[in-house]
Design a protein around this ligand. Structure first.
Ligand code: FES
Length: 146
């Protein structure tokens, strides 16, 4: 058995799929390892993520991890959402096969890119070191409008 029940559940019934037309922040990242792409949309009110949706051209593990990641950040403050790691998402899914761990990086980075986009649009200062420069995990993320 390669995939946990939770992975299969989120793959078959992904939560929060779609787009938000009037999103406050949009993050798009690509996975250098496989070429898959993910876009994350957030609505923000009083520093809290009130809604989040994602679209991905990615594999089943990317879909499952994004789905779980959206559930984990919904209702959280931006600072809380920024601390979400791909490991935490993988743990929440009861694990992924080792060769699919890289897929979970997309979800974490897409959320971070969406928050960064929100900060940029609203000219809110942020700590740039919280964001991946593309060298931390070999994933060459394509951040929004960099
Ligand atoms: Fe590309 Fe999973 S194989 S994200």
């Amino acid at each position: 058995m390669f995939y946990s029940e939770k992975v299969m559940d989120h793959f078959r019934n992904p939560r929060n799929v779609g787009e938000i037309a009037d999103a406050d922040g949009i993050g798009e990242v690509g996975n250098a390892k496989c070429g898959d792409i993910m876009r994350m949309y957030i609505k923000v009110k009083d520093n809290v993520i009130t809604d989040v949706k994602f679209m991905t051209f990615g594999c089943g593990s990317a879909i499952a991890t994004s789905s779980m990641a959206t559930e984990l950040v919904k209702g959280k403050t931006l600072d809380e959402a920024l601390t979400l790691t791909n490991q935490a998402v993988v743990e929440a899914l009861d694990g992924l096969p080792p060769h699919k761990i890289h897929c979970s990086v997309l979800a974490e980075e897409a959320i971070k890119a969406a928050i960064k986009d929100y900060y940029d649009k609203n000219q809110i200062a942020y700590d740039a070191s919280q964001y991946c420069s593309g060298s931390c995990c070999g994933c060459a993320h394509r951040h929004n409008k960099d």
